[in-house]
Design a protein around this ligand. Structure first.
Ligand code: NAD
Length: 296
């Protein structure tokens, strides 16, 4: 079997276009322009790149972007004061604090000080609890993007066997909750899982979120399974820098029914879902119907 390639880049462009349409409608019919505030503490180069591209895409879909760049030695008190200000600013519908934070700042405390209704990353404990109990929440962007691609490919996921490799709070755990919410039978595998190859072999859906280059070979994949590769790993091959996923793409594509490439798979969906979450937050804040197909 040669796998169908799930084109995350094209899918993300479609999601952003849907968001842009809805934003235009919100402006025209209700005079509302959703706003996303991104807070960056310090000068981590990768974080600077992410923040820049988030700001650019926010503006491209017609939303307001507010960037707050703070020095690396900013005190916790000052950061919490800024978050409090953003929590109380009606022009701001979404607040994202770029992680990781410098070591002297308590990440949990900072995240949990964001108003859950504006927590567009979905990391606040209230949103984690709401998602875990099947209630309306803000859903972490990367797993939401994976879910959208799976729903688009399969229609219903009901009854499918899904294995999520990785149990992080930002990808693995919320991904498992979302798949459970869509009535999959879900296994969460991790670094201590016994016989990972056998666990993966029984899955109709494999979501790999580990951070180890090409650790899942093709012969672990059940014939016809759908493979969602969240991993982003920088490696050097043939003297060149390359991005690869957690799945060995070439061998997995020979057995899978469908597969996301790296790059161009899950990656572009993350920012698209951040914009979708900001739109959802703006609709909820104004008592308006949520955009269809852009939430979990
Ligand atoms: P993490 O380091 O927080 O978690 C990794 C998980 O993998 C852990 O739960 C660990 O138990 C598990 N693990 C480690 N070694 C293992 C092994 N040998 N077998 C099975 N499981 C093992 O990582 P994360 O933040 O969840 O990110 C995972 C990957 O996804 C990284 O490559 C990251 O760059 C990527 N990522 C991509 C996006 C995106 O937008 N596409 C977003 C977030 C993360």
């Amino acid at each position: 079997m040669v796998a169908q390639v799930i084109d995350g880049k094209a899918f993300a462009a479609k999601v952003r276009a849907q968001v842009a349409d809805q934003v235009a409608k919100l402006k025209e019919e209700h005079g509302i322009t959703p706003g996303l505030a991104v807070v960056l503490v310090g000068e981590d180069p990768a974080s600077q790149v992410y923040v820049r591209s988030k700001g650019k895409m926010t503006v491209e879909v017609g939303m307001n972007s507010y960037e707050h760049k703070l020095d690396a030695d900013t005190s916790e008190e000052d950061l919490l004061a800024l978050i409090d200000k953003l929590n109380n600013d009606p022009a701001v519908n979404g607040i994202l604090v770029q992680l990781p934070l410098p070591k002297h700042l308590n990440e949990d405390l900072v995240i949990n000080s964001i108003d859950p209704a504006k927590d567009v990353d979905g990391f606040h404990i209230s949103n984690v609890g709401l998602l875990g109990t099947g209630q309306k929440s803000m859903v972490p962007c990367t797993p939401l993007g994976c879910l959208m691609m799976l729903r688009d490919h399969h229609g219903s996921l009901s009854g499918m066997d899904a294995v999520v490799i990785g149990r992080s709070n930002i990808v693995g755990k919320p991904m498992a909750q979302l798949l459970l919410g869509d009535s999959c039978t879900v296994t969460i595998a991790h670094s201590r899982t016994k016989d990972l190859p056998e666990v993966v072999r029984r899955a109709d859906i494999v979501v790999a979120a580990v951070g180890r280059p090409e650790m899942v070979p093709g012969d672990w994949i059940k014939e016809g399974a759908t493979v969602i590769d969240v991993g982003i790993n920088r490696i050097e091959r043939d003297g060149k820098n390359k991005l690869v996923g957690d799945v060995d793409y070439a061998s997995a594509a020979e057995r899978a029914g469908a597969i996301t490439p790296v790059p161009g798979g899950v990656g572009p969906m993350t920012i698209a879902c951040l914009l979708a979450n900001t739109l959802t937050a703006a609709c909820r804040a104004n008592g308006l119907a949520e955009p269809e197909g852009l939430t979990a």
